[in-house]
Design a protein around this ligand. Structure first.
Ligand code: NDP
Length: 321
């Protein structure tokens, strides 16, 4: 089969389109023919070596595809399934944990199914788990027109919150408003001051910050006393270590660095979140935007575009293009 392999970590150029043997499923897995693989920022951390994996490895975590072999014979060949954590998903075939996949209706658009699990469940745990938003809550979302950002905005609005969003361009501003953001800002070192002007100086209940280094200081400034700073990513680079006393000086605020793994720790929690996301899409409460589809062999270009901030919403790779 064809796959995107990393033999040494580094820039997008280390992504190699190779021919390798298909993987063999364990008893706990099924073998799937990948229809689309989701491209996520976390993939760039593995590619760069910020997150550890033994080289050589096949990149990718998320996707949608059809079951081609179930060693236990329980799941019918051809069943359409989606997953968020099958290492090696940038490939024509991948093994998926049978307890960590969601069955997808046959009429579901493949690009949407490929992007809904990792980014959708992340948006879900941020808005329903890390800080459960409700009517009257206020939040700030950085990278508000990105994959997670557009979904978190819609979920926050669905829960009745006021959403402030931060983006880098006019096009992204438009998309953030379309997703429901109440006010959209540009990155700046007076961001906190600008946001506070819109909510009577109080600061927000929670900041969902997936940008990291470039925004973290403003995230600390913008949150209300006893509010929550949720640092969930590092698109602009990792945040330096901080002195816990800083949380006191900002008004006894909470800082958390969550992961999707921790918020889908049990099979039951995974099922609950994945079903909630699928249901929100089916009922029209959540719209996924897939801005770019690339043939699998153009994974390098996909990573370049993602890291150059050229993409909006989600992006996918097509191994069958
Ligand atoms: P996005 O589609 O949001 O792409 C990243 C966005 O970050 C860019 O489009 C850009 O938007 C913004 N950005 C700001 N500064 C930079 C910079 N210096 N370089 C590149 N991009 C920058 O990606 P994802 O939706 O896949 O992920 C968003 C964040 O969420 C990532 O940090 C990711 O690691 C994190 N994440 C965390 C999870 C968790 O469980 N902890 C799970 C899933 C994702 P703009 O141009 O508007 O600034």
């Amino acid at each position: 089969m064809h796959a995107i392999q990393v033999k040494r970590t580094g820039g997008p150029e280390v992504l190699e389109y190779v021919s390798v043997d298909a993987p063999a499923p364990t008893d706990n897995e099924v073998l799937v023919d990948v229809e689309r693989a989701g491209v996520n920022y976390i993939d760039t951390y593995y590619r760069e070596g910020i997150y550890n994996a033994n080289v050589p490895f096949i990149l990718g975590l998320e996707g949608v595809g059809r079951v081609s072999h179930d060693p236990r014979g329980e799941i019918a060949e051809g069943t359409l399934v989606a997953w968020h954590h099958a290492f090696g998903s940038y490939a024509e075939q991948v093994c998926v944990d049978r307890n960590r996949m969601a069955q997808v209706p046959d009429d579901f658009p493949l690009n949407i199914a490929a992007s809904m699990m990792l980014q959708g469940m992340t948006a879900h745990y941020l808005t329903h788990g890390v800080y459960h938003l409700e009517e009257g809550s206020t939040c700030l979302i950085t990278a508000g027109a990105g994959g997670v950002g557009l979904l978190a905005t819609q979920m926050a609005k669905y829960l009745g919150a006021t959403v402030y969003s931060v983006v880098s361009s006019d096009e992204k501003e438009q998309l953030a408003y379309e997703a429901g953001a109440d006010q959209v800002f540009r990155y700046s070192d007076v961001l906190a001051e600008q946001v506070r002007r819109f909510n009577g100086g109080q600061g927000v209940d929670v900041v969902y910050d997936g940008v990291g280094q470039a925004t973290f200081q403003e995230s600390l400034e913008v949150v209300r006393p006893r509010g929550t700073v949720c640092l969930f990513g590092a698109a602009s680079g990792p945040v330096e270590p901080i002195d816990p006393q800083v949380l006191n000086t900002h008004g006894a605020i909470f800082l958390t660095r969550p992961s999707l793994a921790a918020y889908t720790a049990s099979d039951a929690e995974f099922q609950k979140r994945s079903q909630a996301v699928v249901e929100m899409i089916r009922s029209g409460h959540l719209t996924l935007r897939v801005s770019n589809e690339y043939p699998l062999e153009q994974a390098e270009q996909a990573h370049r575009d993602l890291q150059a901030r050229k993409t909006t919403g989600s992006i996918v790779l097509n191994p069958r293009a």
